[in-house]
Write a protein of this length. Structure first.
Length: 506
């Protein structure tokens, strides 16, 4: 009897407690979230801002021994907001020094994406012959106009620096390229094109790219449009880039990057590219094939560095390692987002097809320390949470492998002649954002399987097949690091290397 009364009482107490507190979701404050975060998912060999929100890489330019990385930045919150250009520099594209914010919003608007160049001949007159200006060309996004649904709230402005990007002055007569009345009119990527003796700008305009030319970075003339009715059009066109590459055999192509959001092969954001000819005014594609620079879900808005010295000659790239579908909800709080590994872009022929290969830059090698590979009955043991796994000597064109931890969280991937697939549906925390828990796959035309490299950071996995002929970049949030690597079908020689943190003193 006593037991019965006691258990009834206990039932009432529990029901009351549930009624009072149970219906309220356990809201955490930003401070609590920051504490929870404890840098658990802080990328160790990828760039991330110290705090708060980052998206696209901007103004990537090399000058006097430094790679500059500016980026879309909102310093007051961990979600997107009034855009600034954050800034960092590096001598190897891996280890970054954070610098103060370079560009702040002003009365013309937020500072959206764009590029930076060194105006070696001082064509703009903003520097001197002896001290050529570093010029940033970006989009002003006027939030008031945007709210009023005005059509012309995005215009292009410029700013310059005479001290290696440390301090910036906005040009007095901004904007330099005025919107003709089209809602999406942004993300200028400018290059000096020696063969056309002038500046060329690729600009994303709603559903196409427009090309403009200039002698001085200030007066711009429209040359042409490209893109309606060709390529992926699942979303708005953003962040173009245009450059020329040559294959080993001397075959040349112009490469045009166009990021689209949504409409990517894995849902949400992705970057497509076109191969073709450019004559200084018009881009003519070689065919109507839609190609993607990365088959994974998390490589967006990437462009290439300008002013890489001729003696280096590489085309160097990195992208925003996220996706607009869930980028603002990923389970990091103190900061949000990272960049992909820096990659060298190479034009390569596979059979009859020309493709853009993206290979991790050479500089990464000095962050790798080979370790002996140990295996247990149920798979290979990962020596650390920061690992590069390299597979060679395949016995067939098939590989099915997985990474997992003691909690049973698991990432599986498959490479076959038909498709490449990456399954992150049980990879750890997955329920924070739209469509994150998914299996991503893509048809391919793999002709042989020679080498696979898997770079595992705390919250990302990048898979490079045959030195980047095919790439998959994917975010993952395991609640504890993956510790096992299992090959369940196919056979290959397995090597491992620890990756050292780019934030450590070198
Ligand atoms: C791409 C993008 C750009 C724009 C910027 C705003 O991710 O939408 O088109 O300039 O982000 O932050």
């Amino acid at each position: 009897m006593i037991i019965k009364i006691y258990s009834t009482l206990r039932f009432i107490v529990i029901v009351t407690l549930v009624m009072v507190f149970g219906c309220q979701p356990a809201q955490k404050t930003t401070e609590e979230n920051k504490a929870l975060d404890e840098e658990k998912y802080r990328p160790q060999f990828h760039f991330s801002p110290e705090e708060n929100w980052m998206n696209d890489p901007n103004g990537m330019v090399y000058y006097e021994g430094e790679y500059h990385l500016f980026y879309q930045y909102y310093p007051d919150s961990n979600v997107w907001g009034p855009m600034h250009w954050g800034h960092a520099v590096s001598t190897d594209m891996m280890n970054w020094e954070h610098l103060p914010i370079a560009l702040y919003p002003d009365e013309l608007g937020y500072i959206f994406s764009g590029s930076a160049v060194i105006d070696w001949n001082n064509t703009s007159g903003l520097g001197t012959e002896d001290n050529p200006p570093m010029v940033a060309i970006f989009t002003y996004h006027d939030p008031v106009g945007a709210d009023k649904k005005s059509l012309d709230h995005q215009n292009q402005g410029i700013a310059y620096s005479l001290d290696k990007g440390r301090t910036w002055t906005k040009y007095d007569n901004n904007p330099v390229l005025v919107n003709p009345g089209i809602t999406d009119f942004r993300d200028p990527k400018v290059s000096w094109m020696e063969e056309f003796d002038g500046w060329v700008m690729a600009l994303a305009v709603k559903d196409h790219i427009e090309f403009y030319t200039s002698d001085d970075l200030i007066e711009w003339t429209k040359e042409s449009e490209f893109g309606q009715g060709i390529g992926g059009h699942g979303g708005v066109w953003e962040c173009p880039d245009l450059f020329k590459l040559k294959t080993e055999d001397g075959e040349e192509r112009w490469v045009l990057f166009v990021s689209i959001n949504p409409g990517g092969p894995q849902g949400g954001s992705a970057t497509q590219y076109f191969l073709g000819e450019f004559d200084g005014s018009n881009f003519v594609p070689q065919d109507s094939v839609t190609r993607w620079i990365d088959l994974g879900a998390d490589n967006y808005a990437g462009v290439t560095w300008s002013d890489i010295p001729a003696e280096d000659g590489r085309q160097l790239f990195l992208g925003w390692m996220s996706n607009w579908d869930y980028g603002q909800e990923v389970p990091t709080y103190k900061w949000r987002s990272a960049m992909t590994l820096p990659r060298e872009l190479i034009l390569t022929k596979i059979g009859e097809e020309l493709i853009l290969q993206s290979k991790p830059v050479e500089e990464i090698k000095s962050y790798l320390t080979a370790v002996e590979t140990t295996s247990e009955e149920d798979g290979y043991v990962l020596p650390d949470e920061l690992v590069m796994i390299e597979l060679n000597g395949f016995d067939a064109m098939n590989l099915k492998a997985s990474l997992s931890n003691e909690k049973g969280e698991k990432v599986g991937f498959t490479i076959s002649p038909e498709s490449i697939a990456f399954d992150r549906s049980s990879s750890g925390q997955t329920d924070f954002g739209k469509g994150f828990a998914a299996m991503h796959s893509y048809e391919n035309f793999l002709e042989d399987l020679r080498k696979v490299q898997i770079y595992i950071d705390r919250a990302s996995i990048e898979i490079f097949i045959n030195d980047g002929e095919f790439v998959m970049t994917e975010l993952v949030f395991p609640t504890q690091p993956y510790s096992k690597f299992v090959i369940s079908s196919g056979n290959a020689e397995v090597k491992m290397a620890k990756v050292s943190s780019i934030w450590d003193e070198k």
